[in-house]
Unconditional design. Structure first.
Length: 255
């Protein structure tokens, strides 16, 4: 069975990969935009997406290629190299996290960790879904609808003890273009209102643009259990910016 440890880095691309939460394109002065970035980060880290049923006795193993074929409806929204999660097969070799390969309009393939003893998977509730990053935990999340503040922390054994706070509760300026959330690194964390700030950065919180030079790019998140890279199209021309949180190897001696 494939596990998260087999694929420590996960990438999620809004657009080609269906079912991801939407960042939204409203101006930063529009209250409907509040909480959208938080929903994207939460969804990418913790929630399976594009969960799709797979019919019983249709998923098969090909000994010649060493891959399993998953038949799907046309336009299924899975792409090559995406981390997928298969569940519900009676034969456990088919279940787990894997990397999508040879993705066609009506099927995908993946390579199992163990050769199945039965070449056709059976099960009344087999599903395939896009896998979230994992390796993080939610410490607190506010009760707004949708939530606008959330604190997270890495679950990796060798991670730093810092808590990361995403505050997506403040609207942008009068022009509505410069709409950002405050992402803070915190220590001495007690709750969403009680902590000491180490530093903070501003993250783009909307895909709103005036003149979109990159219309096919909304956002891409690449992450493991200790680092998150968030790239999104925003601002006047819709150019792509990158925002980062997490641990890095220090170059300071004895740090």
């Amino acid at each position: 069975m494939g596990t998260a440890a087999d694929f420590p880095v996960t990438h999620l691309i809004d657009g080609p990969m269906l079912g991801l939460p939407q960042l939204g394109t409203a101006k930063g002065t529009d209250a409907s935009q509040l909480g959208k970035l938080l929903a994207v980060i939460k969804g990418c880290l913790f929630d399976a997406y594009n969960t799709t049923a797979v019919a019983d006795a249709t998923m098969t193993y090909n000994a010649a290629t060493g891959r399993i074929t998953v038949p799907l409806a046309a336009g299924h929204g899975f792409v090559d190299y995406q981390i997928i999660d298969i569940q519900g097969a009676a034969q456990t070799e088919y279940n787990g996290r894997f990397r999508a390969e040879n993705t066609l309009n009506d099927s995908i393939e993946y390579t199992p960790d163990t050769t199945p003893t039965i070449t056709t998977a059976t099960g009344a509730s087999i599903t395939i879904a896009g896998a979230p990053v994992g390796g993080w935990q939610i410490i607190d999340i506010d009760t707004n609808t949708p939530p606008q503040k959330m604190s997270i922390r890495s679950t990796a054994a060798d991670a730093t003890p810092y808590t990361w706070i995403i505050d997506n509760s403040t609207l942008g300026n009068a022009l509505g273009r410069n709409f950002h959330a405050r992402v803070s690194c915190a220590e001495n964390y007690v709750d969403l209102d009680t902590w000491d700030e180490v530093f903070h950065n501003s993250w783009a919180a909307s895909n709103y643009t005036i003149s979109d030079e990159y219309p096919d790019i909304t956002y891409m998140l690449i992450a493991d259990s200790k680092m998150i890279y968030f790239n999104c199209s925003y601002g006047y021309y819709g150019r792509v910016g990158q925002f980062i949180l997490g641990d890095i190897n220090s170059i300071v001696p004895d740090d």
